[in-house]
Structures are given as C-alpha cells and as structure tokens.
Design a protein. Sequence first.
Length: 244
Amino acid sequence: MTGDEVDRSVRQELMSLPKTLATDVARNLVMVAKLLDEDPERAYGYARIALRLASRVGAVREAAGFAAYGVEKYSEALTEFRAARRMTGSVHLWPLMADCERGIGRPERALAMAGEPEVQQLDKAGQVEMRLVAAGARRDLGQTEAALVTLQSPELASTVVHPWTARLRYAYADALLALGREDEAREWFAKALDADSGGTTDASDRLARLDGIEFVDALDPEADDLDGLDDERAEEAEDAEGRD
C-alpha cells in the first residue's frame, strides 16, 4: 500500500502537506476505502488516524464522515460532512447530511433539508438519494402514505436501470407493504430484484417471504435439530397411519 491508489483529486488536496505526511495520510485513506464495506469498524480506526494527521484536508474530513456513518456514529459523521462541505464548497454530501439528521432522531430537519436550494445543485443520483432520505424521514414520522408519494417520480417509473434504481424500487415496495398493499409490494420487490445486479438489497429474501418460502442455513446446528424433529414427526405420522 503506497498511497498512490487514492484518486487524483484527493492527491491534489494532500499536496498541501509535507510529502512524508501526505503519504501516511494517503495510505490511511486507501485503507478506509478498502475496508468501509467489509469491516467498517477497522475503516473507522484508519479514518481516525488520518483525521489526527490532517484534519484541515477536506478529503480527510469526508472520509472520516463516511467511516463514522458506516458505524452509525451519526452525530460525528454529520460534523465531519459539514466540515468537508465548508472546506470544499461541494453539495454532494447533502443527502448524507440529511440522513445523519434522521439517525440522530431529527427527521423534521431531514425533511427541511430536502426542500433547500442545495438539492437543485445535486446531480441526478444525488437527487434520487435525497428523495430516498426524505421518504425515510416521512416514515420515521409515521407518514407512510406521504413517503409513498415522495418516492413516486419519473426515476421510479423509468425502465432504464441506474446504480440507484434497485434501492428506489425497493423503498417503494417496502412502503407499499407497510400500507398492506401486498400484491403491489411483491411486484415492486420483483422489479427491484431485476435491477439489483450487485446485490445491494435483500429483495430476493423479501419476495421469498411474501411467497411463504423459508430458507434454512445448512451449516446451522439448529437447522439440523429442526430437520431431525421433522423426521421424527414424519415417522410418527407413518406409524399412526400403520396403526389405522
């Protein structure tokens, strides 16, 4: 791990640091990116090191925000995202900042952010993300019908698949199910699954449960016990039929 693996834009930000320090920070940032999904606790540890070394670099504050978000330290993540935004002037973290407000227990604030001018500056992916956060905030407030309406959009109706399509369809299906509209929910879970080539949702499991299918882990000792119990019941049933 040399540190050269970081994006060019990050490398440019790190040029404000002494060369040896910049290399150390870059190495920690690479580890954050590498571990964020598979081991968020370790990613958080590397992010804290990078933050201690270079807290005045926007890319470091952003990485620290993502790492804190990954371990559900939402107040800390919000602080870091705000700092990164002040340093860089970018609005791309706006939906994540709003979602942190939800995590802290302030869904009303997340909804207010969904109506701010910054949303119009987001790219399409960011606007969809903001819509998902706003719908989540509505559900936090017990406003499931309003959440469903929030998710209804040209992006939801589109047949073109984008990286965010599966999550948008999944959120819509989940809201439908919460409203007791099971048939429609099943349809949208299926649409989410069709768009989910990367396995970002558990749409397949939700569909299976709606169809009454239960999956058993073959490596689970308890599953073996259940299988044995089923065998005993089957034998008892056969004996009873024989006696009849």
